[in-house]
Design a protein around this ligand. Sequence first.
Ligand SMILES: [Fe+2]
Length: 385
Amino acid sequence: MYTYKMPTELFCGRGAATKVGEKVLELGGKKAFITTDKGVLGAGLLKGIEESLKDANVPYVVFDEVESDPSIETVEKGTELLKESGCDIVIGIGGGSAMDTAKAVATMGTNPGKIFDYIGIDKVKNKALPVIELPTTAGTGSEATYWAVLTDKKTKFKTGVGGWLMMPTLAIVDPLLTKTLPPKVTAFTGMDALTHAMESYVCKATQPISEGLAIHSMKLIARSLRKAVANGDDINAREDMIMGSLIAAMAFNVTRLGLAHALVSPLGANFGVPHGAGNAILLPHVMEFNIMAVPEKFIEIAKIFGENVDNMSEMEAAYKAVEAVKKLMKDIGITQGLEEYGVTEESLRPIAEEAYKSGNVAVNPRKSTVEDLMDITRKAMKGIK
Ligand SMILES: [Fe+2]
């Protein structure tokens, strides 16, 4: 038995972001609280949103202090400002950090106490304020998930608050918002989206609906990630990537992920490994580890990436998927290993032990131990040639 649930309304297409003012009114919003970061401001992406809100006569407040890997303190600061300002709808514009902060702040707008009280899944009691999410990167898929990933800066612990009551009300998915993303960020975030699709596709909790979504997401990413990195103005590629990211999130929000995502959180919190880069670096090694659990799935992945798997044994054909991902990483310039971020042999056990607490371990297709996680991380220390 399984359930597929996707309560977020999706409004997609080139220029969709210019309709945000109308959408606020449709949702009954009177005053909007915008969570964003300085990068979005610097890229001039807020301008169109502000114009749209002004045209619709919607007053708004901008909270632009979201940092990458947002902290619990930032959510508390945002919540205070939200309450002072009397806003009744939250708009998140940016990457995963700004969108996750929007969800967290909207949740604290209707729930007592501190965000820290709700760590985990389904701890939140009251439905969050309405949230509109506008992704400006094609990777996290936060616009279609119920998670807010937060970092406790003091303990360097990365954790999540999640549940259906935190699901965004509306996602406005406009590829034009991703046009100015530099190639490196396009590559990192694109690999995050690919890891979402792949981990969801092969995981134990996979089901026919999420599988269909994951396969389509991988097809879009396979045909367009190189193009989006090579030429950011290629709007067709940008559209494929932002839809690939959204659709992957629609898959993994009901299945969870796998070992790459389990490991990337402590690596990010302790060594500052960027989420997308970390997933990319880990992905081929996690794939190798998982292949023998579900070789038929990896053969499908190899085919999606255009590999010829004719006249091969099952395992040989499945390994073609790993080769395909390595080729992609090389082409888009992700050749570094974890040691370039300062990860050391001594840190492998604490990282693996922390990762092992993640809910993503239980759904990984192959059962694993802390030692397996150490082994995967050790292999990812060196980059790909
Ligand atoms: Fe991710």
